[in-house]
Design a binder for this molecule. Sequence first.
Ligand code: SF4
Length: 331
Amino acid sequence: MPWKGEKNPYYIWLSEIILQQTRVEQGLPYFLRFKKKYPIIKHLANAKEDEVMKLWQGLGYYSRARNLHETAKNINQNFKGKFPNTFDELKKLKGVGDYTAAAIASFAFGENKAVVDGNVIRVLARVFGIETAFDTTESKKRFAQLAQELIDKKKPATYNQAIMDFGGVVCSPKNPKCDECPFNKICVAKNHELIEQLPYREKRTKITNRYCNYLLIKSDKEILIQKRTGNDIWKNLYELPMIETTKPLKKGFAEAVAKYLSTKQFSIESHSKEIAQMLSHRKIHFRFIEVELKDFKSFSLQGAQKVKLKSLAKFAFPKTLHLYLEQKSLF
Ligand code: SF4
């Protein structure tokens, strides 16, 4: 992994933001692409937001990309392009939480600050037999305190990297390699058959369902798209005009579309089956409806814009929409 042993705070930060909620195999090509396109933070700060979102497309959790861009601008303008060099200062940056601040502070600046990520929590919960839930504010503090007590003060970066790797490779969530583990004599989880139960999770996040019915409205040369605004998923990405419903739209497509478009001058050519996608605690149900307008040329829809089909590829779309448009050979 190219960020291993990295000392440049910009690259550490970039890799950490990309790897939040993302597997290494998925995040790696994005890290390389960002590094190539924006080799120094100034380049990222000066990039257009649409361009950054386009490069992020497919990675999900798009607030990370917006925060990345905003923080790059902040560092470029207010810190002369240089990262703050302490945990406390790093934590003030947008999108930088305890974990990322500790990673940058220890890896780039050698600060004695323990990282606490999922791997670290798993190792500590199992070795010490911590049976309190790790996802409460109080126990998060307890894990952070314990991690800080254990850190090798002379080599904080090596220690942090080692415990994270240990959690990833040896003390893995499923089938940890206990026989080869140097802690197997003292590990509470191993010796009390608690491996499956630890770390213990308390909060079960309630899943909410959202039903997004996308309208494919186009002529031979142009298509209607809109930019998502407001503080919601996919903010600042583009999408097709969309009718969001609280329940699945099983019938009555024409009525719903007529109400949304404020016209009856159209026909519905087809509608897809529902496709569901999980996004952390949200289940998004996509449906695509192909609408043929009688007069596309003179039609307008508030908040939407007509763009040339040949320039559609320049816009960043959420993954499922991108795949749909690809299927329709619109890229
Ligand atoms: S003995 Fe097993 S459960 Fe305990 S720390 Fe080692 S790998 Fe993890």
